[in-house]
Design a binder for this molecule. Structure first.
Ligand SMILES: O=C(O)CCC(=O)C(=O)O
Ligand SMILES: [Fe+2]
Length: 350
């Protein structure tokens, strides 16, 4: 079993180096499901400005943040501010969720300029910089899976009102001045999970350690305790200068007949000697259109749609979500069984 961290994949001279980059992406995505990208074309200055806005947003008084509450997670129409329930042991994570301006409902949740100056403009500028990077990665994954190069282009088009891709700013609170023995052993800042997105681009501020992924091919369980699957090792996934962390999510695992791996990851509490300061991260959760047919070229799994998939995932969390440090293997979603595709599913143009 490999215990190496995710590889750094250089996207420079993309057009000329496509084949080589595709091989590197497929190698990472079919093994640990995580990789870093460098020379991705997003200016560091813009990323820094997005982090600054993030900081300004979360450090507003609670009553100001409460003016922009999040809406509807179940329908993935979520927007605005929320205190996330995926932390463990009474810890919290605050989040602020925005979608592409094509979603008119965004108008209700953009913080007002007088509350958080430049939030809207900077966030839109940042969001607009991300799709070209996603398009490049998804075009190579399409080829690697066995589809035509532009297979995912329309499916992930953020200018389509049916697309649910979103940006989520996260703040994990500071533990400065708190005696570490007062937090429960084994609790995590965010519990072990796989992502519901097709793919996630994750930006972590420098020094924001704590992200870990399930080591080993496929995040496979190596054992079972009290009826729960366990993994044997967590691998560090620290921030790397100039890099974006990328991971494969559940629908891409299905869409690739299980070839690409949506692996477990979590954010653990600081270890002795590590910073106890607040931790910030920003995730770009690439989402396919709701009713597009999800099925790999080999038709290994029953066809599904994002709407159906979210019902299964919700049931899985409902059934298994608990504060134990134990985790569930990534491909349990497949074992759990997906409902047959809804009659309304629209096959992607081939
Ligand atoms: O904050 C991080 O570094 C990871 C967040 C994450 O995995 C998620 O929100 O899905
Ligand atoms: Fe995640």
């Amino acid at each position: 079993m490999s215990t190496d961290g995710p590889p750094i994949i250089d996207l420079s001279n993309f057009e000329e180096r496509k084949e080589e980059i595709k091989d590197e992406l497929m190698k990472a995505a079919t093994t640990i499901g995580f990789f870093y990208i460098t020379n991705h074309g997003i200016p560091q200055e813009l990323i820094d400005r997005a982090f600054a806005i993030n900081d300004r947003y979360f450090n507003q008084p609670a009553e100001v943040k409460a003016k922009y509450p999040s809406t509807d997670w179940a329908a993935v129409k979520l927007l605005g501010y929320e205190v996330n329930s995926m932390s463990e042991g009474g810890l919290v994570r605050e989040s602020c969720i925005q979608k592409f301006p094509v979603h008119k409902e965004m108008e209700k949740v953009w913080p007002r300029e007088e509350d958080c100056p430049n939030f809207k403009d900077t966030t839109i500028e940042f969001m607009e910089a991300l799709p070209p990077v996603v398009d490049r990665l998804m075009s190579l994954f399409a080829l690697g899976i066995g589809f035509r190069e532009d297979y995912f282009k329309d499916i992930t088009d953020v200018n389509n009102v049916e697309n649910n891709t979103f940006l989520q700013y996260h703040k994990y609170p500071s533990w400065e001045g708190v005696d570490p023995s007062t937090w429960e052993q084994g609790v995590n800042r965010i519990t072990a999970h796989t992502d519901e997105s097709l793919m996630t681009l994750l930006f972590t501020s420098p020094g924001s350690v704590g992200l870990e992924l399930a080591a080993g091919k496929d995040g496979q369980a190596v054992g079972s305790e009290n009826g729960h699957y366990t993994v044997d090792k967590w691998t560090d996934c620290p921030p790397k200068p100039g890099c974006i962390t990328v991971n494969v999510g559940d629908p891409l695992q299905f869409w690739s007949d299980g070839l690409l791996k949506s692996n477990y990851h979590r954010v653990r509490m600081p270890k002795p000697g590590e910073s106890l300061a607040a931790r910030y991260s920003m995730g770009w959760f690439v989402w396919p259109k709701d009713n597009v047919l999800i099925q790999g070229p080999q038709k290994k799994y029953p066809p599904t749609t994002m709407t159906e998939f979210m019902k299964v995932k919700g049931a899985l969390y409902g059934a298994s979500f608990n504060p134990d440090p134990e985790v569930y293997k990534a491909n349990q979603h497949i074992a759990f069984g997906l409902p047959q595709v809804a009659a309304t599913a629209i096959p992607a143009a081939s």
